[in-house]
Structure formats: C-alpha cells, structure tokens
Design a protein around this ligand. Structure first.
Ligand code: ADP
Ligand code: MG
Ligand code: MG
Length: 204
C-alpha cells in the first residue's frame, strides 16, 4: 500500500530535486521558451513543501488537493495550470484514502495524465510534459497490483530523452517550429523529476 506519509515524502523529495535543478530547468527553457520554467516550479513546490510542514492532512486526497491549489496559484505560466490539474485529478481519484493500493495509485496517475491532455490539448509526441506523464501512467496501469519503480523510471527517462528530437507542437516552443528540434522539453524534464522523486520515495 502507498501511505499518506509516502505521498507527503514524495512532494518533499520533488521540491528538493526541483530546487537543485532550478537553474538547469531555466536554462532548458531559455533555449526554446522564455526561461522561467525552473523559477516557476521552484516557487510552486517550495510553497507546497512549506504547507506540508505547517499543516497536517487527514488523507492522500486532501493532501494532493492542497498541493494542487498551491501549484495553481503559485506556478503560473503554462505549466502551473497543467501541473495543478494533474494534482487535482490525482486528488479526486484518491479522495478520502488514507492509503492507496498500487492499482489505485496507478489509476490516479492515469487521471492526472488525462487531465494534462484535456487541459493542454497536446498529444504524445508534441514535445511537452505529456510525453513523460502519459506513457509512465499507462505503464503503471499495466503493471497492476505491484508497481515496478525501476521500469517506470526507465520509461520516464526514455520519454524525457525522446523530446530532444521532436518538433514542438504546443506551448511557447511551438513558435520555434523546426528550431525546437535538438533541445529537451523543459516540462518533460520536470515531469521526469517528479517520477524520480516518486521512485526515490517508494524504494527507500
Ligand atoms: P511558459 O511556457 O508559460 O513560460 P513554463 O515555462 O513554466 O510555462 O512551462 C513550459 C512547459 O509547459 C513546456 O516545456 C511544456 O512541457 C509544457 N506545456 C506548454 N504547453 C503545453 C500544452 N498545451 N500541453 C502540455 N504541456 C504543455
Ligand atoms: Mg517558460
Ligand atoms: Mg513564462
């Protein structure tokens, strides 16, 4: 079972990694966007982590809902509403749950990926965060009653890397057309970090 405590640890670990990678994410966004992705996410997750230390939550749904609201209000840009939607969908899928079975958690990830897709209207291959979210969530659903973190992480890394050779079809990078090829998508990289954080948390 995945516990409330583990979900809390996930977000704290995500914040740790995003603070560490803030400059790198910003550099990636300078190449094909407006150079604020690292700053946006570092600000949002800093606030999420702060709220976790100030407050306690009765269940996973409530915790994720609070994180979603914080991301919606603090991140801004294109990624704020997208990450906010992802966490909001997860919170609904895990409403009132003090712990979640692996398949329930996988389903929540799939809801999050669908939420990103619905909100941003991107498809896999458009060089966005969805290129990481969707295949990782699909694989988690396929794995069923046990989640294999190593395989999920490998999928996430591979998908992140795949964005380098793609032409951006959504977001600011799409204005560059072919010139976006050869650069990693910043949102795909930050999405990968969320899954690195999840894997770190679940395997320690
Ligand atoms: P902004 O582009 O407004 O400055 P950020 O820099 O924080 O926002 O986030 C950029 C990231 O958001 C991109 O790298 C991409 O992964 C993601 N993104 C942008 N538009 C979409 C979309 N329509 N669907 C999915 N992801 C998107
Ligand atoms: Mg940006
Ligand atoms: Mg911006």
């Amino acid at each position: 079972m995945i516990t409330l405590k583990q979900v809390e640890s996930w977000l704290i670990e995500a914040n740790r990694i995003l603070q560490e990678k803030k400059a790198y994410l910003t550099e990636l966004d300078q190449a094909i966007g407006d150079g604020d992705h690292g700053i946006n996410l570092a600000r949002g997750f800093q606030e999420v982590a702060k709220n976790l230390s100030d407050q306690s939550f009765p269940d996973i749904g409530a915790l994720l809902k609070s994180a979603a609201m914080t991301l919606l209000s603090k991140v801004g840009g294109a990624s704020g509403p997208l990450y906010g939607t992802a966490f909001l969908k997860m919170s609904t899928a895990l409403k009132d749950k003090a712990e979640a079975a692996p398949e329930e958690f996988a389903r929540a990830l799939a809801e999050a990926a669908d939420g990103i897709q619905m909100r941003g209207k991107a498809r896999v291959g458009d060089k966005t965060m969805l290129d990481v979210w969707k295949p990782v969530a699909d694989l988690a659903v396929q794995q069923g009653d046990r989640l294999f973190w190593e395989a999920l992480l490998e999928c996430s890394r591979k998908q992140m890397e795949s964005t380098r050779d793609l032409e951006a079809k959504k977001g600011r990078a799409a204005y560059l057309g072919r010139r976006s090829v050869g650069h990693l998508d910043p949102g795909a990289v930050s999405a990968h970090y969320l899954f690195v954080a999840l894997s770190n948390t679940m395997t320690r």
